[in-house]
Design a protein. Sequence first.
Length: 363
Amino acid sequence: MKIGILGAGQLGRMMAISGYPLNHQFGFSGATNNEPSALLGRMFALEDNADYIESLVAFADVITYESENTDVDMVAEISKNIPVYPGEKSLFTTQHRGREKALFEQLNIPCAPYRMINSLADLTQAISDIGLPAILKTATEGYDGKGQFLIRHKDQIKEAFDSMQGVESILEGLVDFKRELSLIAVRGIDNDHRYYPLVENTHHNGILRLTIAPAQALDPNIQKTAERYMQMLLDEMDHVGVLTIELFETAHGLVVNEMAPRVHNSGHWSIEGANTSQFENHIRAISGMPLGDTTLTHAFSAMINIIGNIGLTDIALSMPNAHLHLYDKSERADRKLGHINLTAPSKAALDHSIHQLKDFLPN
Ligand code: AMP
């Protein structure tokens, strides 16, 4: 099949790398040869600037995308001609934190208390309803902790409101969590679905730095509960492809933070760590192929992000259980440039390997 990807970043790059062995071809909406997906397929905005979406759609049998910030009207328009997966409902819901939270509430999925904010008066009222501390976030477009303001004292209300620069925002109560987890699942056109194990994510300054799969010392009921939430969301949105939900593990159980209608950074470990990677499973799902097994290839796996500068990657290349993935991006502060996957037969061996790569991690 010919698969058209809206976007041309590292997620598109890894989708294409996983899809070529299945005999798929790829085209991207990318505009330059500097994007991570360039050279992995046709770059339609580079070939034909004027009507590049039309050209991409003419090329493709099916369209997918890399980001929940993809224009939903454009997707609706494209869907009149060829399938777009995940579909409009998934995209529309997940690109707005308020719509996402409303769906969690509708399905009785626990999430932080929240209020939508369109004025300073809204924010003042919301704080008296929810209390402090609380986090103010832009309703759309935020990523890697950007567009967020942690409000601890009432005297920060005006500063927090001004930092949103007039865009719609959402105030969320601060969740007291033990750790952050995520669940990745894939659903096929035929409604078959598979789950990966819950993984444990460590962030620094809002950016994911380390994922450990599976999450350690996890009560098996927690995996079951997360899968139940996931299944309701997949079914409700009639989702096709990979869906990720980010969760907080608290003393009282799981609280869902947000979701993404796409392959996710916390699933990159699955390239070598699972029998079928999240990328391959997404491509299988949207192209109507049978889904692949999501079992781990080794007892433990981890993913370390390479952020800002490439660093001494030869260390990883000398380790038998490490796999380097670079995205062909230039160095810049806080930029995701690549990642290193690790596999190990025991937690002690995994910890030892992570320690060998400690220079890639913040203190
Ligand atoms: P997000 O962009 O929503 O994923 O938020 C980025 C990070 O901020 C999360 O990974 C958490 O570490 C933290 N965070 C976001 N929302 C909350 C919340 N309601 N309570 C506690 N921490 C949060």
